[in-house]
Design a protein around this ligand. Structure first.
Ligand code: TXA
Ligand code: MG
Length: 310
């Protein structure tokens, strides 16, 4: 189907799962209360968790947001389309049912040709944003392929809903979330747009994210998690899954799920490796985390949450 037809489906209230460069999203017309309510049902997500609004370009910021600061414009100019969500004070168009009742709204222009075409067609017919969380059940691993979306939520979708296939996600990890409502940008969730990149674009000092800082809602409980138990920085025993940088040897009898050669590859491979472990029915996956800063911080952030509780 063309993006014109997919845009019409959204306009008519369908849910449309679509690819982005980070992970796949489960989309609805951001102004359609009923359609947005179905996102929460399909995900099994609490109602007070806000959704990210995906927009076609920077021009659409002011439809959804007010009091947009210069540093936020600088960020949008430099890194959109891209793996970055900016949090603004909302305009009257961003209703409680997409912001979870908060006075702020998260906006992102995704860097994926299919998603951008879909957003442009949407705009032509009066759909000014696609509200979309990651297309997984609440607390689970985000999908990075259309097949993974089908496995996660296919059973919860209705006949009019669609899953678009745009190939494997190129980044593989959710966007960096930056609070732009204050005097300086604040990182709420680390991602591929790093602290150094934000400082470069804005010329401002950005409060450092470290592995123990967690601010985005829902982030204290277990999240981004496979069914298998995740243990960090331990060697795998026989029969356990193992994810580690390529230069770390596989322990005897362990089942190697990924051997990324660098940090970018690690981000791209991680979620499908966790899914693969579940598909194999593994009870435990041992993971050696990547070292360093930048994107490695984001990977360790997700792994730390994936390893919480059970
Ligand atoms: O890369 C991504 O960001 C993907 C793709 C689909 O764009 N989306 C994504 O959405 O990861 P989701 O809903 O799974 O995670 C978004 C996070 C949530 O933890 C939510 O609480 C937070 O963003 N968020 C959204 N709007 C917010 C707001 N106004 N203030 C604070 N946090 C917000
Ligand atoms: Mg999510």
């Amino acid at each position: 189907m063309s993006q014109i037809e997919n845009a019409l489906a959204l306009k008519n209230g369908a849910l449309v799962a679509f690819p982005t460069e980070t992970v796949y999203g489960l989309g609805a017309d951001a102004s359609n209360e009923k359609a947005v309510a179905r996102i929460y049902e399909v995900k099994g997500r609490p109602q007070d968790h806000p959704l990210i609004l995906h927009i076609a370009s920077m021009d659409d910021i002011t439809y959804w947001a007010t009091a947009v600061s210069d540093y936020a414009i600088a960020l949008a100019n430099k890194y959109w389309p891209g793996p970055m969500t900016l949090i603004f004070n909302r305009s009257e168009n961003a209703k409680d049912f997409v912001t979870g009742g908060q006075n702020t709204v998260g906006l992102r222009v995704p860097n994926h040709a299919l998603a951008l075409e879909l957003l442009q067609e949407c705009k032509k017919i009066g759909v000014y944003a696609i509200a979309a969380p990651s297309a997984n059940r609440f607390g689970h691993v985000s999908p990075t392929t259309a097949v993974a979306v089908q496995e996660e939520i296919g059973a919860y979708l209705s006949a009019q809903d669609l899953i678009l296939d745009g190939g494997p996600a190129q980044v593989g990890l959710e966007s960096t979330i930056i609070d732009c409502t204050g005097d300086a940008p604040k990182i709420l969730r680390p991602g591929a747009i790093t602290q150094a990149m934000i400082e470069e674009a804005t010329g401002m000092k950005v409060s450092e994210v470290n592995d123990s800082q967690i601010r985005v809602s829902g982030s204290l409980e277990k999240h981004y998690a496979p069914n298998a138990k995740v243990i960090l920085n331990a060697q795998a025993s026989e029969g356990e899954g193992f994810i580690a940088p390529a230069d770390v040897a596989t322990p005897p009898g362990a089942i190697r799920l990924a051997s990324p050669a660098n940090t970018d590859e690690y981000a791209r491979a991680l979620y499908s490796a966790l899914r693969d472990g579940d598909a194999q029915g593994l009870e435990t996956i041992a993971i050696i985390q990547p070292s360093g800063d930048g994107l490695a911080i984001a990977i360790r952030d997700r792994l730390m949450r994936a390893s919480k509780g059970r």
